[in-house]
Write a protein that binds this ligand. Structure first.
Ligand SMILES: Nc1ncnc2c1ncn2[C@@H]1O[C@H](COP(=O)(O)OP(=O)(O)OP(=O)(O)O)[C@@H](O)[C@H]1O
Ligand SMILES: [Mg+2]
Length: 286
């Protein structure tokens, strides 16, 4: 059997979750501009879900520099890239971190994952698809901007969290990502998060302006998931290499993240095909 066929067979063998299994949902966190707070949002959102007894894997897909390990103070031994190179199992890559939050590092050159040869691709697919039904959420911390690889992951996710700051460059760059994403996947489920707002009015105004632009120029309504205020405790937590949700649970940022999670869990579920659907899309849909 040739390699392409072998991969197709692997895809077929993957079963859909039964009612007794968890429906694994894939959330991609992205932004237009860098440095707007994606990694902090991904990590603290994940930990807030964990506090509600959800099983969560956070996946560092930053195609430039990995961030999550630094924020958590964890040094992963293996990454997705070394898993593929050395034909390791996914268990060898998953680190169990704070409060049982699971962490997967993409590793150096993770962008190449989309151009692997058949044998390596089959291995990647088989290992990552083993998460199907085992966890509730896979949260992808993607890099900023419109890279080809990043876009493929966004297109395939069940939900995309678009993080913006109230400053105009962050808004316009965020809008460019939104537009590019809808061009690729017209039914993408995008949720807006405003990070570092100075007050409630600024957060609401920013989201309103963004939603208006989206409705007017793209004919799309996007949900506003919530805002996280500009909070000095975020920086303190980053320096302490400990997530603000745990280090400063009473900070405004921590409370805002918990609120954001509650809002998210109350929205109608966008679950489509879970891990199988996600992998099939990133690998086969161009
Ligand atoms: N709500 C906030 N209040 C105050 N400062 C914040 C907040 N969120 C993020 N920051 C600051 O912004 C910095 C960058 O955040 P983070 O690393 O999460 O951004 P990012 O979007 O993941 O960056 P990159 O694009 O480089 O991956 C943090 O180190 C912190 O100092
Ligand atoms: Mg980051």
């Amino acid at each position: 059997m040739d390699q392409a066929n072998q991969l197709r067979e692997e895809v077929k063998r993957l079963t859909f979750p039964t009612s007794s299994q968890r429906k694994t949902k894939v959330i991609a966190v992205t932004s237009g501009k860098g440095g707007v707070g994606k990694s902090n949002v991904s990590l603290n959102f994940a930990l807030s879900l964990v506090a509600l007894n959800k099983k969560v894997v956070i996946f560092d897909l930053d195609f430039g520099m990995a961030n999550l390990d630094v924020l958590m103070g964890v040094t992963p031994k293996e990454t997705i890239m070394t898993m593929v190179e050395k034909e390791l199992s996914l268990e060898a890559v998953v680190e169990t971190g704070i409060n049982g939050l699971q962490y997967i590092a993409g590793g150096h050159g993770i962008g190449k994952i989309l151009t692997l040869d058949g044998q390596h691709m089959t291995h990647f697919f088989k290992e990552v698809s083993s998460l199907q039904g085992k966890v509730d959420y896979i949260i992808l911390d993607t890099g900023a901007g419109l890279t080809y690889e990043g876009m493929r992951f966004l297109q395939a996710a069940d939900d995309v969290f678009l993080v913006i700051n109230p400053e105009p460059p962050s808004i316009t760059d965020g809008y460019s990502v939104l537009k590019a994403l809808y061009m690729k996947n017209n039914s993408a489920s995008v949720k807006l998060i405003v990070n570092r707002s100075l007050n409630k009015e600024e957060a609401e105004q920013t989201s309103l302006n963004f939603q208006k632009a989206s409705a007017q120029f793209l004919n799309k309504t996007i949900d506003f998931l919530g805002a996280i205020p500009d909070d000095p405790y975020v920086r303190k937590a980053v320096i302490a290499q400990s997530p603000y949700l745990l280090e400063y649970p009473n900070s405004k940022a921590a409370k805002a993240i918990d609120e954001l999670v509650r809002t998210y869990l109350n929205l109608p579920a966008a679950y489509k095909l879970g891990v199988k659907g996600f992998l099939t899309k990133i690998l086969f849909h161009k």
